[in-house]
Design a binder for this molecule. Structure first.
Ligand code: ZN
Length: 228
């Protein structure tokens, strides 16, 4: 058995090729390239016998080839982000951390969400979760295939997990979140080859300045004792 005091923690996960134990992460970055930090991975049997084998990354080039967003689609990103920003402003006016999200299908907004954590009160009432729930209700399905979620702030681990479960095609976010961002900033949940959903694309930084500014404005107003 590897000596746990000198090696990184070992995690266990399953792929189509069998069960593996990894000692590092493989990150799939937003542009579809990989940050290959895994040096060794073990099958469970190998782990028990102490034999190491290289992790096969066969599925990752396929994922890279699958990253396709048309120029027309990209052109609309700022249009839909502007709608998400209006919702962030609504959250701001309701003294909530200003984050807004919309779900788009076939070029149309099918649902909207904004942070309502304090209003409800509900710690899971993030903009993305509320937009996902509403989109599923509108489409009468638990699979949001063919949908894109736009959000003003990089999804947290809960929302990134919800996006994996929802099976949306694309995630487009504005400002990166250095505290809980889970599309690559702090954690890679959306876009990880270890989760059971491949996004067609994850794009960050769309109108990042505007999306970040409203958050900054909010936290500054709170520091000065003028919430909202
Ligand atoms: Zn969240």
């Amino acid at each position: 058995m590897p000596d746990s005091s000198t090696k990184p923690p070992v995690r266990r996960f399953s792929t189509e090729e069998g069960e593996y134990l990894v000692q590092d992460e493989v990150f799939l970055r937003n542009d579809g390239s990989t940050d290959k930090t895994v040096t060794t991975a073990l099958t469970f049997r190998d782990f028990l016998t102490g034999r190491t084998v290289p992790l096969r990354l066969r599925r990752i080039p396929e994922q890279r080839a699958a990253v396709t967003v048309s120029a027309e689609e990209r052109k609309l990103d700022s249009v839909f982000m502007r709608e998400a920003l209006l919702l962030a402003r609504e959250a701001f006016d309701g003294s909530e951390v200003p984050v807004g999200a919309v779900v788009v299908k076939d070029g149309k907004i099918i649902s909207r969400g904004r942070n309502r954590v304090m209003e409800l009160p509900d710690p899971t009432a993030h903009a993305e979760v509320l937009a996902i729930r509403d989109a599923a209700r509108v489409l009468h399905t638990m699979r949001l295939t063919g949908c894109t979620l736009y959000t003003t702030l990089e999804p947290c681990y809960m929302c990134a997990g919800a996006l994996v479960h929802s099976r949306v095609d694309r995630i487009v976010f504005g400002a990166a979140d250095p505290r809980t961002g889970s599309c690559g900033s702090v954690f890679t949940i959306a876009g990880s080859p270890l989760v059971n959903h491949r996004f067609r694309d994850i794009t960050g930084g769309v109108m990042a300045e505007e999306c970040g500014r409203i958050l900054q404005e909010f936290f500054e107003s709170r520091r000065h004792g003028r919430p909202g």
